[in-house]
Design a protein around this ligand. Structure first.
Ligand code: ATP
Length: 280
């Protein structure tokens, strides 16, 4: 089963549109949703959550239409945005009382255990918490009704590497249950490299690729050389080319290239740059 299935999603704003966005997130996997600023990640996520009305296209969450079954679906979803959208004068303890009324499955013990684990003070007002603490509070809030799907919109942006690592560990712990799934939007590609099973790249409102991370990292290679050397590569092996510091760089399909060409292993960031900035 797919936790998320999006087909031909379209949403237009003045000067920007999501164009036929399609991808799916199999249950039990983490999808890294990557793209530069303004690529359309948050708009896609907001359409999924029906916070922004789509123009057309189908969105299925747990095989159910996201609008028709909105109420029942949302019980099984935890959402983390890059900011905590609750009144700043509230404390974590006060939020517990509110969340109890929102979710029947709200687990107060589990919530306070997470706060203790993350060292988030219970009695401080949100405005007095550091950005890292707010994000951890936001994650505790998203987890404590025991969702099956986490939708994370830049949950690690603006955080230092140590806190980011701790937060990634929390998500990995969440994934120990094989019925759980995560959609993780980020432009911190190293975070996605650690946690994602699949990568979807969006650029200017269009999906440029949606593939298994291992396939991307192990099936692609980078060849660096002069224009003449790059021209010796079989044409069908070349995915994208771009100007490098000392010549031309080509992203190639490893299996289509003779071993005499020395290839470097790409990172997700390299692949993203080739697709966004390179040419065919
Ligand atoms: N409510 C809105 N009204 C008009 N334009 C909008 C609205 N929401 C988003 N946009 C535009 O849609 C485009 C995509 O924005 P979006 O927030 O989806 O990108 P993003 O990939 O999440 O970027 P970032 O990584 O910076 O958060 C941007 O050009 C943005 O200005």
């Amino acid at each position: 089963m797919n936790a998320i299935e999006i087909h031909d999603l379209h949403k237009g704003f003045e000067g920007f549109s999501l164009k036929d966005v399609s991808f799916s997130v199999p249950q039990g996997t983490v999808m890294g949703f990557v793209g530069e600023n303004g690529a359309g990640k948050s708009t896609t996520i907001k359409c999924m959550l029906n916070l922004v009305k789509k123009e057309y296209g189908d969105i299925l969450l747990f095989n159910k239409d996201h609008v028709e079954h909105e109420q029942s679906i949302k019980k099984d979803i935890g959402v983390v945005f890059d900011e905590l959208h609750v009144p700043e004068t509230l404390t974590a303890t006060q939020l517990d009382k509110i969340m109890k009324k929102v979710f029947k499955t709200w687990d107060t013990n589990y919530y306070f255990e997470r706060l203790a684990q993350f060292n988030v003070p219970k009695k401080k007002k949100i405005k007095e918490l550091s950005r890292g603490m707010r994000m951890k509070l936001s994650i505790a809030l998203a987890l404590s009704h025991h969702p099956k799907l986490l939708i994370l919109d830049e949950p690690t942006s603006g955080l230092d590497p140590i806190i980011r690592d701790e937060i990634l560990d929390l998500f990995l712990a969440f994934m120990q249950d094989e019925t759980h799934s995560i959609l993780f939007s980020s432009h911190i590609t190293s975070d996605l490299e650690k946690i994602a099973d699949h990568i979807t790249l969006i650029h200017n409102g269009e999906i440029l690729l949606s593939e298994s991370k291992d396939a991307l990292l192990y099936e692609y290679g980078i060849f660096k050389g002069s224009l003449e050397e790059v021209n010796e590569l079989p044409e069908h092996a070349i995915i994208r080319k771009r100007n490098g510091v000392f010549g031309i760089e080509a992203l190639v399909l490893k299996k289509e290239v003779n071993e005499i060409f020395k290839l470097e292993r790409p990172s997700i960031e390299d692949i993203m740059l080739f697709f966004v900035k390179g040419c065919v």
